[in-house]
Design a protein around this ligand. Structure first.
Ligand code: HEM
Ligand code: HEM
Length: 234
């Protein structure tokens, strides 16, 4: 995953989150059914269908063998991610912020859940994992320092030269209590972050379940759009 992808997709997700509740500022009741609005909706829906190429190629063996010779899964996933944010942006623009029907609202909500869970899986979990590794590294260093001080105080070990100055003459004043405090705080922070990681680790279940719901609602939405008539069709 490139930095460029992370930054671009992050910016697009932010745009989406600002656009989605735009009905607070602006509503265009007739836009979704107009030519321009309709085209945006159709373009968005096409992207949402095309991004399924990634899971299809990933799971369907004979497709996988044929396609990945020319297009690695990595590229298909990059396309999945870009189409997965651009499609929803087009869909929201198409809506003209005119959230009228329960169906339209549910469709938009399901779509946002899919995008956010995808974002968590693709970028945020890695970010949490890096932070966790750093904290665990610090904790290991602190524990080692603690053990050395404890051993020294117990007289089991010769006083190391870097501690000698501090220990000299005043064993009780070694900063062991602040050290114990810091270790306890760090252990607590790591535990909390580990919990976050476990919860977010279930992103895939949310991502896939919300997608199934979203495609179902999208199909209904398109059907009702066609059924009640596209206003710009003769
Ligand atoms: C990216 C996917 C799409 C999303 C998220 C989306 C969302 C919406 C929303 C929120 C509305 C506002 C009205 C409501 O609340 O029901 C709307 C209206 C509408 N959509 Fe979509 N839409 C999408 C794709 C499509 C497609 C592909 C079509 C083509 C058939 C379509 C046809 C319509 C029509 C005709 C209206 C106007 C209904 C009216 O004004 O009475 N939409 N859409
Ligand atoms: C509305 C748009 C989207 C839909 C419908 C969708 C749907 C799916 C589906 C069905 C899978 C297959 C899960 C499997 O392998 O069984 C998947 C995987 C995945 N999606 Fe999405 N997705 C969307 C947008 C996104 C976005 C915006 C991102 C990232 C920002 C993303 C990131 C991922 C990742 C990382 C995987 C799993 C990759 C792997 O480990 O194989 N998706 N998505």
């Amino acid at each position: 995953m490139s930095d460029k992808e992370r930054l671009t997709v992050g910016a697009l997700v932010t745009l989406l989150l600002f656009l989605a509740p735009g009905y607070l500022l602006h509503v265009s009741p007739r836009f979704a059914g107009s030519i321009g609005g309709g085209m945006l909706g159709i373009a968005g829906a096409i992207l949402l269908v095309l991004l399924l190429v990634y899971p299809l190629v990933k799971h369907v063996n004979w497709l996988n063998v044929r396609v990945t010779r020319r297009l690695p899964l990595r590229s298909l996933l990059a396309f999945h991610v870009y189409a997965g944010v651009v499609g929803p942006v087009l869909g929201i623009l198409h809506s003209g912020h005119n959230y009228q029907s329960p169906l339209g609202i549910a469709l938009v909500l399901a779509m946002l859940i899919v995008v956010l869970s995808g974002f968590v899986g693709r970028y945020y979990l890695a970010y949490v994992a890096i932070g966790l590794r750093q904290q665990e590294g610090t904790l290991a260093t602190l524990r080692e320092a603690y053990n050395r001080i404890a051993d020294t105080l117990a007289g089991r070990e010769a006083i190391p030269s870097d501690l000698a100055g501090k220990v000299a003459g005043a064993r009780g004043s070694i900063p062991i209590l602040p050290l114990v405090d810091t270790i306890a705080e760090l252990e607590y922070a790591i535990g909390a972050r580990e919990k976050v990681r476990q919860v977010l680790g279930r992103w895939m279940v949310v991502h896939v379940t919300a997608s199934i719901v979203m495609y179902f609602l999208l199909a209904l939405h398109i059907w009702s759009g066609l059924y009640y008539g596209l206003r710009w069709l003769p």
